[in-house]
Each structure stands twice: as structure tokens, then as C-alpha cells.
Design a protein around this ligand. Structure first.
Ligand SMILES: [Zn+2]
Length: 279
């Protein structure tokens, strides 16, 4: 029997708590993170990849009315957190707590997760090489200064990409990228396989923890030998529905999936491990 590979990943992790607005990890074991020990009890070998943003400032766009008022009065059009409240160097204790999870790897999810445009979460969309390189270096500097262990893997915020981004990631010797070929609108990239894309190993996301069915997950495993399950840490953010957060429902679906994978020879891997295995 051939081995099948499995990884579970979550986007948008940062130290914001429900007291700030949304629990994106900041509530620690009292919030969404309580599901991680439970998942590991069901599946002790499980490896989880968290895509963390080192200085999250993104908020939803202002309302139509406010946007127009701001435009008329020449004010800043877009909405962001003021004062960099979630800069990781201000949350060193949270970072060392995150380091204590043995089965979790942290990878890079942008610098601020924000761009001043309508698709406000697409930080790197159409960005040139120099700016991409600088942002990636800033992101890594914050991780280092905050003492958070991380791997050189990258998933683009809001799926916004650019030629400069790929070049910068390659020059900075990233081990992997993680794209969804449909969401990123790249027709020449497999949705299901780990493959070299523009000189970088792409570890895809190929199953959504809320929207994909368990039968689909098993079919993907059967056909491609690799299931890269993905969700967001929170279901809603700043009034915008994301829809695939980690909660009681998606936890239950993952437990059902683990149960139905029991007859398979499963290898639970981090994204870095699977990229290294390919290299
Ligand atoms: Zn994101």
C-alpha cells in the first residue's frame, strides 16, 4: 500500500483576541486554539501549518457612505488598525507560547495583509520586486525580533501575487509557496500536486475544511496521494464572512476525516517536510 500525505493549515493567525475584535489566536487556549490539542488527541501524528502575519493591520473596507465622505474630504480611503497593535514584537509572550506547540510550524503570511485598494487584503498583488523583497525581509525581521520560530514558506494574503513576488521569494531562498491555482488565477499550475512553479515548490491547498466533502477528500487522497486541508483561524473578520474558520463544525468534519483515513497508510507532514521531500 502506498503512503498518503496529509497536512492541515490555517491562515490569518495573529495575536488579536476577542477583546480586540476577533479571536485570531489571541485568546490562546480559551479561544480557537482549544481545538488544536483536541485535534492532536484524535490524531497524534498530525502536523499543522499556521500562516502568521507579523504586523496585521487589515480591516474590512469602510461602508459605501463613509468611503464617499472620505473621498470628498480628501481623507484616507481605507480602513486599517491604527498604531500597529498586533506587531509581533509587542507580543513576545504570545510568540513563545506559540513556539511551545510541538506539531505546529509557522510560515509567512505577508507583512501586514493589507493594501490600499478595493481588494484590501491582497498585499502583494501587482507589487514590484523591490517592494516585495523589502516586505518579505521586514516580515522575517519581525519574526526574528519577536522570537517566533518560523519556516521559509509563504502563502500570499488574499491570493494576491505578482512576478516580483515570485522572484523575491526565490532570491530569499524560500523552501515553498502555497497557492490555490484557481484563486490565484494561474492556469498552468496543478491544483492537486506538489510541483515546481517558477523555481519554487508549490505545496497546494487542495481541500477546504468547510466546503469540501469527506468523500472528495478521500478521492483526492486516492488519486493524488496528498491532501492539503485548509481553513482560516476565524470564520468572520471585521464583519466580513470568511466561512471556513476552525470551529465546532469544522472540528467535527476533521475528526470524521481522520476516522475514515484509518485504513490508509498515512504520513502526516509539515509543508516544509513535503517540500524538502520533493527537492
Ligand atoms: Zn489571509
Amino acid at each position: 500500500m502506498n503512503s498518503v500525505y496529509f497536512n492541515l493549515s490555517f491562515d490569518d493567525v495573529h495575536p488579536e483576541s476577542s477583546g480586540d475584535g476577533t479571536d485570531c489566536g489571541g485568546d490562546r487556549d480559551g479561544g480557537v486554539f482549544r481545538y488544536f490539542p483536541r485535534l492532536l488527541r484524535k490524531c497524534p501524528e498530525l502536523k499543522i501549518t499556521l500562516f502568521v502575519t507579523p504586523n496585521w493591520i487589515d480591516k474590512a473596507n469602510d461602508s459605501f457612505f463613509l468611503r464617499n465622505m472620505k473621498r470628498i474630504f480628501g481623507m484616507k480611503y481605507f480602513n486599517t488598525w491604527v498604531g500597529e497593535p498586533f506587531l509581533l514584537t509587542k507580543h513576545k509572550d504570545w510568540c513563545s507560547w506559540l513556539n511551545s506547540f510541538k506539531n505546529i510550524e509557522v510560515a509567512v503570511h505577508g507583512y501586514s495583509h493589507h493594501a490600499d485598494r478595493k481588494l484590501h487584503s491582497q498585499e502583494f498583488q501587482d507589487m514590484g520586486y523591490n517592494d516585495c523583497r523589502e516586505r518579505l525581509m521586514s516580515a522575517e525581521r519581525v519574526f526574528k525580533d519577536a522570537g517566533l520560530n518560523y519556516v521559509k514558506g509563504f502563502r500570499p494574503p488574499g491570493w494576491g501575487i505578482s512576478d516580483g513576488l515570485f522572484e523575491a521569494l526565490k532570491d530569499l531562498k524560500y523552501d515553498f509557496i502555497s497557492l490555490d491555482s484557481v484563486a490565484c488565477n494561474v492556469g498552468d499550475l496543478s491544483r492537486y500536486k506538489v510541483e515546481d512553479y517558477r523555481g519554487l515548490w508549490n505545496v497546494p491547498q487542495n481541500w477546504d475544511i468547510a466546503r469540501g466533502t469527506i468523500d472528495e477528500a478521500l478521492e483526492i487522497l486516492e488519486k493524488y496521494g496528498l491532501l492539503m486541508a485548509k481553513g482560516h483561524i476565524s470564520d468572520y473578520y471585521d464583519g466580513e464572512r470568511i466561512g471556513n474558520g476552525l470551529n465546532g463544525v469544522t472540528f467535527g468534519r476533521l475528526c470524521e476525516l481522520f476516522e475514515r483515513m484509518k485504513d490508509k497508510k498515512s504520513c502526516f507532514v509539515s509543508m516544509k517536510e513535503i517540500a524538502r521531500r520533493m527537492a
